[in-house]
Design a protein. Structure first.
Length: 313
């Protein structure tokens, strides 16, 4: 099979042996695979794949058709459309996925949309509801609202009955983010737009002080992105005085059982809205596998609304 391959800090296309599904696994013929920030970190050598996943083939999410089933794999039939989060190897013509981590693709999604769904929507849903306990009627602030996780979080918060505000740096992207259901504010002014019950941090440490100011009494700060910096100072008196909770999470390194639980939650609570067309996957651009280097450059350049997706024939 052909696959995106990391070599000496670059990403290119190489031939690899076809993977074979093990017990409880399915072999997926990949039709689309989203690009995420973790892929760029892996390319730079800062975010290696977890043990058991291809160390040189990036890709944390994929969508495609079941090509074969391993022993005891019974959840899907050959030809079924599925998508999933994986520990790596998603940006390839073939990939192996445990059937418990896979989800059925709603008919409302085309392949690029399906390829850009699993990582960002599962991440956003887990952070907002499982971790931060967002409830109807609360106020949610999403930092970096134009990105993949940001656009997912805005829609999920709105669908759950929360009032959503989002920070967006680039003026040309603000109308698009607003159309998803958020009040858009400049990143330099977010602290005065509160108070917020939940803040979803996708940017990093520079927002830490403002987040504590913007949170309401008993508010929750959920950190899932640190692209602008991972270290900052925290005023513990502010934390104590408002009885705040600070939490962080990632999905990639979690054990299969936890990933399966997260996938079932998305199936129950998000896929019906996708099928009904009330939640969508904004795709900024698509690239064929042979142009994977250009796709990474486009992602790294920023200024996109939603996802950059590789499309495989």
């Amino acid at each position: 099979m052909r696959a995106a391959t990391i070599r000496d800090g670059e990403v290119l296309v190489e031939e690899h042996p076809d993977p074979e599904p093990g017990r409880g696994e399915v072999l997926v013929r990949v039709r689309a695979a989203g690009i995420n920030g973790g892929d760029l970190h892996q390319r730079a050598g800062r975010y290696p794949a977890p043990p058991g996943w291809p160390p040189d083939i990036p890709g944390m999410e994929l969508a495609g058709e079941v090509a074969a089933r391993g022993p005891d794999a019974e959840r899907f039939d050959e030809g079924d459309r599925v998508f999933a989060i994986v520990g790596g190897g998603g940006q390839a013509e073939l990939a192996v996925v445990h059937e418990r981590a896979a989800m059925p693709v709603p008919g409302a999604l085309d392949w690029p949309e399906a390829g850009g769904f699993p990582e960002v929507f599962t991440t956003a849903h887990d952070a907002l509801f499982t971790q931060a306990g967002l409830r109807p009627g609360e106020r949610l602030l999403v930092h970096g609202g134009a990105g993949g996780v940001g656009t997912a979080a805005i829609q999920l918060g709105r669908a759950a009955g929360a009032s959503v505000t989002a920070t967006v740096r680039r003026p040309e992207l603000r109308d698009g983010v607003s159309s998803l259901g958020a009040e858009v504010v400049d990143p330099d002014d977010f602290a005065s737009a509160g108070p917020f019950d939940v803040v979803l941090e996708l940017v990093g440490a520079p927002n830490l002080e403002g987040n504590l100011q913007a949170l309401a009494m008993g508010g929750r700060l959920s950190v899932i992105g640190v692209g602008a910096g991972a270290k900052g100072e925290m005023n513990l008196l502010a934390l104590m005085g408002k009885r705040l909770k600070v939490m962080g999470s990632t999905l990639r390194s979690r054990p299969m059982e936890e990933k399966a639980i997260a996938a079932r939650a998305v199936e129950r609570e998000v896929l019906p809205a996708v099928a009904a067309g009330t939640v969508r996957v904004p795709v900024s651009a698509t690239f064929p596998l042979d142009e994977v280097a250009a796709a990474y450059e486009r992602f790294e350049a920023g200024g996109k609304l939603g996802k950059i997706v590789l499309v495989l024939s």
